[in-house]
Design a protein around this ligand. Structure first.
Ligand code: MN
Length: 437
């Protein structure tokens, strides 16, 4: 069972790595990623405070054994796909052993200290070689907010509450936090002109989403039952599904998103594991009176009881002028991840119900997560009412959509009474000018 509470969630435990306390990465988090220290090849690592623990060194140390050793060995290469393929038990064994080694008063502290690299001296990479990336549309308030702009009387299409909506995205252009986001060129056609023009997208937007990292896959033709979907979720990350709204409006019918979405997707570097998230599981929001009950293949009592996550998600922006003036990033909004109409398990099960095989290291996007009110909108399309109402920043600048040089930051934090809060680390990107058309 991945959603198990054990000693690694004990709020009274601290790490001898002093920077761990109060950071996104306290000893209760221990997220998995891939990094390279200066001059070294990429290998698996675990974030602890402002340090990264080298899993290749840990595997070679003689201080790990059994399943924990097998997990560290599987994480010693340039991608975590082999580790994710192993499933929850070895991952959990590694977590428990590292927790022991990093705890205040641990024996072997001096030996373990030699496995630590200052994160500031390291380069972070994508944690997995992503075979496939699928983006869902499970944020119901985003679907409503955007739907209202086009169909004020009938914002949700009739399928929305019956079937998890999604499309197959592009894995090749997923990048880790910090990579520049090149504004795409493409076709645009304003409603009042006759023919499309080609040039830089002018309505460049963000989408605040959660990413799901797939652990063990399934065999082609063998769907994952809803009661077993949990075991296929290795962990979560933040995901920015950058979107060119003008390209999207012209191209999307009848087959859906294409070039408006495929130029780039940014993920936060660390896999916040299912084990780390166990204390932050919460009930799936009750469906409003009159909504259909999901079909039986999507319905599981345990999943409804604990299938959502108590996370606070935020969007921040920092323009070049703000950077120059030393003004901190401005928070555009914040809201809970419980604003999803489907659980992650339902997304996994639906993805495979026709027989499609998921593979270790595949990536799912949740869909844009927005609040029902204006406090936590996950896209500029919503914040500016389709570009009609510019937002004003602290220095007086205004924005409808993103401009060149703007930095966009997604943030996520898990909070639950009685447990140490854990963070996701940043998911950032600075907009770079479009290539010469
Ligand atoms: Mn999206």
């Amino acid at each position: 069972m991945s959603a198990m509470i054990d000693e690694t969630h004990d709020a009274t435990r601290r790490s001898w790595v002093a920077s761990a306390q109060g950071s996104d990465f306290p000893i209760q988090n221990l997220p998995l990623g891939v990094f390279s220290p200066t001059g070294g090849p990429p290998r698996g690592g675990v974030a602890i405070g402002d340090q990264i623990l080298d899993l290749a060194q840990a595997a070679a140390s003689g201080l790990l054994s059994g399943e924990a050793l097998a997990a560290a060995q599987a994480a010693s290469g340039a991608t975590l796909n082999p580790l994710l393929a192993l499933g929850a038990a070895p991952r959990r064994a590694l977590r428990r052993r590292l927790f022991e080694l990093l705890s205040d008063g641990a024996q072997d502290q001096a030996r373990v200290a030699a496995w630590l690299h200052p994160a500031a001296d390291c380069t972070l990479h994508l944690p997995c070689a992503i075979g496939d990336y699928t983006d869902f549309y499970a944020g119901i308030h985003h679907a409503l907010n955007v739907g209202r702009q086009f169909r004020p009387d009938n914002p949700l299409l009739p399928n929305y509450k019956h079937v998890p909506i999604g499309y197959h995205g592009r894995a090749s252009s997923v990048r880790v936090s910090g990579a520049p986001v090149r504004r795409p060129n493409g076709q645009q056609k304003a409603p009042d002109v006759e023919a499309p023009v080609f040039g830089p997208a002018r309505r460049l937007d963000l989408e605040l989403e959660l990413g799901v990292w797939i652990g063990p896959g399934n065999v082609l033709g063998e769907p994952v039952p809803i009661g077993e979907a949990e075991a296929h979720i290795a962990g979560l990350c933040l995901l920015n599904d950058w979107s060119a709204r003008d390209l999207q409006a012209w191209e999307y019918q009848p087959l859906g998103p294409f070039l408006a979405k495929n130029f780039m997707t940014t993920v936060s570097p660390w896999i916040i594991t299912a084990e780390a998230l166990a204390p932050f599981r919460t009930a799936q929001a009750k469906r409003p009176e009159g909504d259909p009950t999901p079909l039986p293949y999507l319905m599981d009592e345990a999943d409804q009881a604990t299938g959502a996550y108590a996370l606070q998600l935020g969007v921040l922006i920092r323009t070049p002028a703000m950077r120059q003036a030393g003004i901190a990033a401005h928070r555009l909004g914040q809201g809970p991840a419980t604003n999803l109409y489907w659980t992650m398990a339902q997304l996994v099960t639906h993805h495979t119900v026709g027989g499609c095989d998921l593979r270790p290291g595949d990536l799912l996007g949740s869909g844009t997560i927005s609040t029902p009110d204006d406090s936590g909108l996950g896209s500029l399309l919503e914040l500016t009412r389709g570009g009609k109402e510019p937002i004003t920043l602290p220095n007086g600048e205004t924005r409808t959509f993103l401009e060149d040089g703007d930095e966009l930051i997604l943030a996520g934090r898990a909070v639950a009474e009685g447990f140490v809060s854990i963070g996701f680390g940043p998911c950032t990107g600075v907009v770079a000018p479009a290539p010469q058309a």
